[in-house]
Design a protein around this ligand. Structure first.
Ligand code: COA
Length: 261
């Protein structure tokens, strides 16, 4: 999908998805949410795409939910609001569960749902101008559907602070909190993203998908017998898989694995 508000650029094994509403700081309404979800589903199912980069056009990453759309929705019934809110929830879970590594290229400020998009990506690289804020309470709202991803990224303590205060925090603070993994000068952003992309392209695509699913399963669960058994099953399956066999053979034969060609 390549509509005006979402740009998708394919370069080899990498898909770059750009939120493209710069005059609205890449705020998302129902149409953009539906389009982005469809785009990500398509990319998720495309074996030729191995890494996904998510970014924003213009000076912001994303100003979150489109407040014009929010205002319109306020006049609708509860059931209509539920159906609509599920759309954003589905977008975030699609991004979170995408069976490929995702990198948020945080080119500028991210507010509200924009923070949620960053948190739902596997990796995030920001430039110093990329401020963050969970602004919702200032508007009498709450960062509801993004909260599982935000809490997973920065923990409940910091999430509580920023949900209640709506304070802006800078890129260095986001780095300290674990919301982003790297902060680099604006003119070094593309280079940093591309180095991370290269790192990911060297890794087994099935292994990365399985590794991502593994973290999703074991995080925040007691290490009981079921978890121990499940982790043993997962590595047993990986070892016997074509990719696992190829990766180990390539190492022992001192050659590049087939997925790197
Ligand atoms: N939804 C809809 N429109 C938005 C928007 C949003 N979330 N964020 C910004 N815009 C619009 C502004 O209304 C403005 O429209 P106009 O040109 O018709 O007046 C335009 O984008 C430019 O924004 P402006 O506020 O003039 O730019 P700025 O550089 O001074 O500030 C922001 C940018 C993002 C800091 C500021 O617009 C802001 O705080 N937006 C709200 C973000 C938010 O709370 N999001 C969470 C929603 S749950």
């Amino acid at each position: 999908m390549n509509d005006a508000t979402i740009r998708v650029e394919r370069k080899g094994k990498v898909a770059t998805v750009t939120l493209n509403r710069p005059d609205r700081h890449n705020a998302f309404d129902d149409a953009l949410i539906a389009g982005l979800t469809e785009t990500l589903e398509g990319i998720g199912a495309d074996p030729a795409v191995r890494v996904v980069v998510l970014t924003g056009a213009g000076k912001s990453f994303s100003a979150g939910a489109d407040l014009g759309w929010m205002k319109r929705m306020a006049g609708y019934t509860f059931d209509q609001n539920m159906a609509d809110a599920r759309g954003l929830a589905r977008l975030l879970s699609t991004l979170d569960r995408l069976p490929k590594p995702t990198i948020a290229r945080v080119n500028g400020p991210a507010y509200g749902g924009g923070v949620g998009l960053v948190a739902a990506c596997d990796l995030a690289i920001a430039q110093p101008e990329a401020a963050f804020s969970l602004t919702e309470v200032k508007l009498g709202l709450i960062p509801a559907v993004i909260s599982p991803y935000v809490v997973a990224a920065i923990g409940p303590r910091a999430a509580r602070r920023y949900t209640l205060t709506a304070q802006r925090f800078d890129a260095e603070t986001a780095l300290r909190l674990g919301l982003v993994h790297e902060v680099v000068a604006a003119d070094a952003l593309d280079d940093a993203v591309s180095k991370t992309v290269d790192t990911l392209l060297a890794n087994g695509p099935q292994a990365m998908a399985a590794g991502k699913a593994l973290i999703g399963t074991v995080a925040n669960r007691p290490i009981d017998d079921a978890v121990i058994e499940d982790t043993a099953r997962r590595i047993a399956e990986c070892r016997a898989s074509p990719e696992g066999r190829e990766g180990v053979s390539a190492f022992l034969e001192k050659r590049k694995p087939a997925w790197m060609s």
